[in-house]
Design a protein. Structure first.
Length: 115
């Protein structure tokens, strides 16, 4: 049972990336999904979350209007579309699947925003 993130990389300020989070060994249908990030020397923070049917989303103020979370339950995948990236978005991004009391984390994907 695992979550695997992909799509990270190096991008220039103002650029875009799309992160994917794929579940294996279980289906995401009943799970709320969150994207978190952790920059060097900082605590992990919540970026965005989406409920199990995709009908409700939330965003941190720092990414509102720039990031979009979505899910495709048929593909067992959740996405984080990141636009207008800033150097302060540089971090390791993690996805989390939650269905209380079960909680899964991915291994993380590095996103670096730099010129």
């Amino acid at each position: 049972l695992q979550l695997v993130e992909s799509g990270g990389g190096l991008v220039q300020p103002g650029g875009s990336l799309t992160l994917s989070c794929v579940a294996s060994g279980f289906t995401l249908d009943d799970y709320a999904i969150g994207w978190f990030r952790q920059a060097p020397g900082k605590e992990r923070e919540g970026v965005s979350c989406i409920n199990n049917d995709g009908g409700g989303t939330n965003y941190a103020d720092s990414v509102k209007g720039r990031f979009t979370i979505s899910r495709d339950n048929a593909k067992n995948t959740v996405y984080l579309q990141m636009n207008s990236l800033k150097p302060e978005d540089t971090a390791v991004y993690y996805c989390n699947a939650l269905k209380i009391p079960v909680n899964y984390w991915g291994q993380g994907a590095q996103v670096t925003v730099s010129s």
